[in-house]
Design a protein. Structure first.
Length: 281
């Protein structure tokens, strides 16, 4: 086991905040990614002996990821998840499709990128998710930085838009007996005020780690809905081309392997890619 000495090493988070480095916190993140205890000890020992004051969490992650990748590709892919979600950009379009796929796995029928009428004005809705006679209007807020925190202004704005859509749909016989809901999803985090307002106003919120035990990271890991950006055996350009076609999760490739044909991937590389996708699915 690694013993932390008396010296406190201060590290810098993505938000710019500083905090003491905890080797136990690093171990837990590796454990969450599925690494076995032997690998956890090896990676933690390396990072613990290398770390220095002022180092960023991104550099710590990069070193740990590099070590994991050498030892176990599948575990490295899971450990990379948060960064992989950031790589769904630079636009929010792939993230909207990604959220649509997550909701499909939850049993919803989804429509992505819809223009709908409100009582006063028309609105662009990122995802409409319907299950039985419950319909959710989902706004996806894609953050390009892990330190991004969405304030209360976002749910305030979305609540008013959703209310306008609901007022219109209540007049439509096609939606008789439907119950309507608003939902805001982000790959980063919400402020405390945003969460409080969402809870008070009946607006559903989903962020990287909220609700507790059922946040975005939990849904992805539990249902194995990994984005294609976790894959080591595809280039950035290849991933971008797939995302432009609405192919955003690994399961879509395993179910439709012909989408890879335009890339003319060499057999050895293709076999590695197939195994990587299989491990994640």
């Amino acid at each position: 086991m690694i013993k932390e000495d008396n010296k406190v090493v201060t590290i810098k988070k993505a938000s710019g905040e500083e905090e003491p480095f905890s080797v136990n916190k690093l171990k837990q993140s590796l454990r969450n990614a599925g690494a076995d205890e032997e690998i956890i000890e090896q990676v933690a020992e390396d990072v613990n002996s290398w770390i220095y004051d002022g180092v960023t969490t991104a550099k710590i992650y990069g070193r740990a990821f590099s070590l994991l990748r050498k030892k176990k590709s599948y575990t490295a892919s899971r450990y990379k998840l948060k960064k992989a979600i950031m790589e769904l950009g630079p636009t929010g379009f792939p993230f909207e499709h990604f959220i649509g796929k997550i909701l499909e796995v939850q049993g919803f029928k989804t429509e992505v990128g819809q223009v709908v009428n409100g009582k006063c004005v028309t609105h662009e809705v990122d995802v409409i998710a319907t299950q039985d006679k419950n319909q959710y209007f989902v706004e996806c807020k894609y953050g390009t930085s892990q330190g991004k925190i969405f304030s209360v202004q976002i749910p305030l704005y979305i609540r008013s838009r959703v209310n306008d859509i609901i007022d219109k749909r209540k007049e439509d016989d096609r939606f008789k007996d439907f119950t309507f809901h608003g939902w805001v999803v982000t790959n980063t985090r919400f402020s405390t005020d945003a969460i409080n307002y969402g809870t008070c106003s009946g607006l559903h919120l989903l962020s990287w780690d909220y609700p507790a035990q059922n946040g975005l990271k939990d849904l992805i890991d539990r249902d194995k809905i990994f984005p294609i950006t976790v894959l080591h055996n595809l280039t950035i350009a290849q991933k971008q081309q797939l995302m432009e076609k609405g192919i955003v999760i690994c399961k879509q490739i395993s179910e439709n392997p012909e989408v890879l044909e335009p890339f003319q991937i060499k057999p050895r590389k293709l076999n590695s890619l197939r195994k990587e996708i299989s491990d994640l699915s």
